[in-house]
Write a protein of this length. Structure first.
Length: 294
């Protein structure tokens, strides 16, 4: 009978209640106490948004404008929407769009969607496998298109790391760049950590240019230490210089130039207490110069 295959009233009630609950969370989440909101935002960031990336990606490929190269980039834009992130480009630099390594500061989990947006869907991430244990859904959404190069302690030595990176660079189906957090860990201070040589040496050996990219504003979008999140954040970013291995006689000279340029740009975006009075007006001056051209 038809009644035997129709959903029960209880089922429809639960389904409707679920949709109402989701609607309420999405539109009323700003009113929640911070600790509860933090839990909800991290749940969306690391699980809910990841779970729906493949359906969104496939729908976009079949019926949409083909805006996303792969599911992980639809995930990035979904998080940009959830946190209502806006962007302001500083300076007249351009993103290097050939085979490249991008070196950026790492300050928050929010770096992942923000930096993917800034790199215009051209770059994979280099990340420790520990991230995959915290957010296993990241593996689900990135595995096929290799938009995260997973490394662990067993393949962190150059004898295994370099062949792995070369293979991933050569076979990555949708990206030409790699985002490298060369400081090696999250850094919330206003002074840069010493850059790690290993992956930068790899770039020199395989003739891969490095572009320094700097941005500010990610710290508060998701602050894992304070258990806080922030909406409506403005991200200011700058495409810095491109350093070509061919311009240097050895890998150490190449590394030192990357390090110098990274530290110089870092100081502009994250001035120390002594530099704040001087450096912030310099950034504003660049901004005003751009606006005056239009």
């Amino acid at each position: 009978m038809l009644s035997d295959i129709m959903p029960s009233n209880n089922f429809m009630t639960y389904l409707l209640g679920g949709f109402v609950g989701i609607f309420a969370l999405v539109f009323l989440r700003r009113k929640l106490p911070m600790k509860i909101r933090f839990f909800l935002d991290v749940l969306f960031f690391g699980y809910i948004s990841c779970a729906v990336t493949w359906p969104i990606f496939l729908f976009d490929r079949i019926f949409g404008k083909k805006r996303f190269k792969c599911p992980s980039f639809s995930w990035g834009e979904l998080n940009n929407w959830w946190f209502n992130i806006s962007y302001e480009k500083i300076g007249d630099g351009k993103l290097y769009d050939k085979r490249v390594m991008y070196v950026l500061p790492h300050r928050s989990w929010a770096d992942f969607p923000v930096h993917r947006h800034i790199c215009q869907q051209r770059a994979a991430h280099l990340a420790r496998l520990l991230v995959g244990f915290i957010f296993p859904t990241f593996i689900y959404m990135t595995y096929i298109h290799s938009t995260i190069f997973w490394i662990n302690r067993n393949n962190s030595k150059k004898e295994t790391l370099y062949p792995f990176l070369k293979k991933m660079y050569d076979n990555a189906p949708v990206t030409t760049g790699l985002i490298n957090y060369a400081e090696g860990t999250r850094n919330l201070k206003n002074t840069p950590r010493s850059l790690k040589r290993g992956v930068i040496y790899f770039a020199y050996i395989h003739d891969i240019p490095i572009q320094i990219i700097m941005c500010s504003g990610c710290d508060d979008i998701i602050n894992e230490k304070k258990f806080t999140t922030k909406y409506d954040q403005l991200i200011r970013y700058c495409y810095g210089p491109v350093v070509h291995p061919a311009d240097f006689d050895d890998k150490e000279a190449f590394f030192q130039d990357v390090k110098s340029k990274f530290e110089e740009l870092f100081a502009e975006f994250y001035p120390s207490d002594e530099q704040k009075i001087i450096e912030i007006p310099q950034i504003e001056e660049k901004k005003n110069l751009i606006e005056s051209k239009f």
